[in-house]
Design a protein around this ligand. Structure first.
Ligand SMILES: *Cc1c(COP(=O)(O)O)cnc(C)c1O
Length: 374
């Protein structure tokens, strides 16, 4: 018998979420009488932990897929994905350029070193490339005066048939928190963009879900890059995924494998960080930090057991965690516990309780947890 724990991946929910994004974009664009942006479905990190294969199927209607791992990109091609694939970090070494050509991958150019490596490349077909501009995230991209220099080199590479320039990109640092900073970044982008007539790509999930999405749209060819929202989690601390009609694509479930009766004054688990103040039934659940459940989730973190909301008590162990069964008399050994996802707490609620974000939890479920495709 396998341990009673599973991760269910709901590809219909992923398809639905892509539809939600598409509809928002079409509505906003329609109001401005502009064409709706194209969508790169971001599937980095094994499709945010959901698996590349389900993602390729679920996002069949996306206009492209974006990621950063070559193996994942090649897997998409092997699964039959024929539309564009964008490598968000470009290539890492000159050797990578063979795979870029073989699999017709588009690359983000964000660093001088890449331009140097391209200068020695003699591709049969020019390599599709985007220029990444750093407008304040200070992670990847050319900043300030370096943009013009990079642009000159890209133009030279284009003239030599090495590169086919597609457009410019930037990435927002506070799209989920601060409008003014995001607007500053857009202004910086517009000022620095050396090819304003070409395509561009700026919006992640948070920008795509903004109420005034229209502020991010332009008359030019535009690509948005939503990630987390496609998996039914929210990029915002204060707004739930459900409020955008997004559906959770990942459900982590396990079962109660033991029940303990504790008395007032008794502690539970390592460190006795939880001490019962009254007699309590405790359910021991077959899920621990070695399954990817966050060890720092405190007492009080929500769970759903036998269809009822309850809470964690005590520390998370490697293979088990403990929950409060008071008032849930029907729950016992074999009862289903939803740690997050459908019919459970949202992954964002659990993340917030644990001091992290849904992104970290959905990508952290470990390989030992069996995946079920719904
Ligand atoms: C991860 C990533 C995205 C998607 O971000 P979400 O917040 O998940 O929507 C978009 N663009 C880049 C460059 C990224 O690295």
């Amino acid at each position: 018998m396998p341990r009673p724990i599973s991760l269910t991946i709901d590809s219909a929910a992923m398809t639905h979420n892509l539809g939600v994004v598409r509809q928002r974009l079409e509505q906003a664009a329609h109001a401005l009488q502009r064409p709706a942006p194209y969508i790169w479905a971001v599937i980095k990190a094994n499709a945010y932990g959901h698996g590349v294969q389900p993602a390729v199927q679920a996002f069949a209607q996306a206009d492209g897929l974006a990621m950063l791992d070559f193996n994942e990109a090649i897997q998409c091609r092997e699964l039959g994905w024929q539309k564009p694939i964008l490598l968000l970090e470009g290539f890492f070494a000159a050797d990578d350029l063979a795979a870029v050509q073989t699999h017709q991958l588009s690359v983000v150019l964000h660093h001088d070193e890449q331009l140097r490596q391209l200068a020695h490349c003699r591709p049969q077909q020019p390599i599709a490339a985007y220029l990444k501009i750093n407008t304040g995230m200070n992670r990847l991209g050319f900043a300030g005066p370096d943009v013009a220099q990079a642009w000159a080199r890209i133009q030279a590479l284009q003239a030599q048939g090495v590169v086919r320039f597609l457009g410019a990109m930037t990435h927002f640092a506070l799209a989920d928190e601060s409008r003014p900073v995001t607007l500053q970044q857009i202004n910086a982008f517009n000022q620095l963009n050396p090819a304003p007539e070409a395509a561009f790509s700026v919006c992640n999930s948070a920008a795509t879900l903004q109420t005034d999405l229209q502020a991010f749209l332009s008359a030019n060819e535009q690509w948005v890059r939503p990630g987390i929202c496609l998996y039914g989690a929210s990029p915002f601390a204060e707004q739930s995924a459900a409020s955008f009609d997004l559906r959770p694509a990942q459900t982590l479930e396990a079962e109660i494998i033991s029940v303990q009766q504790v008395q007032a004054g008794q502690g539970v688990g390592y460190g006795h960080t939880f001490e019962a103040t009254e007699a309590l039934r405790i359910g021991v659940v077959a899920c621990g930090y070695a399954d990817g459940y966050p060890r720092h989730a405190p007492t009080g973190t929500p769970v759903v057991v036998a269809g009822q909301r309850s809470r964690l008590v005590g520390r998370i162990s490697m293979d088990m965690l403990t929950i409060d069964l008071s008032g849930i008399n029907q729950a016992g050994v074999g009862s289903k516990v939803v740690l997050w996802g459908r019919q459970g707490p949202s992954v964002d609620e659990v993340a917030q309780a644990a001091g992290t974000i849904g992104y970290e939890l959905v990508t952290a479920v470990t390989p030992r947890v069996p995946r079920l495709l719904k």
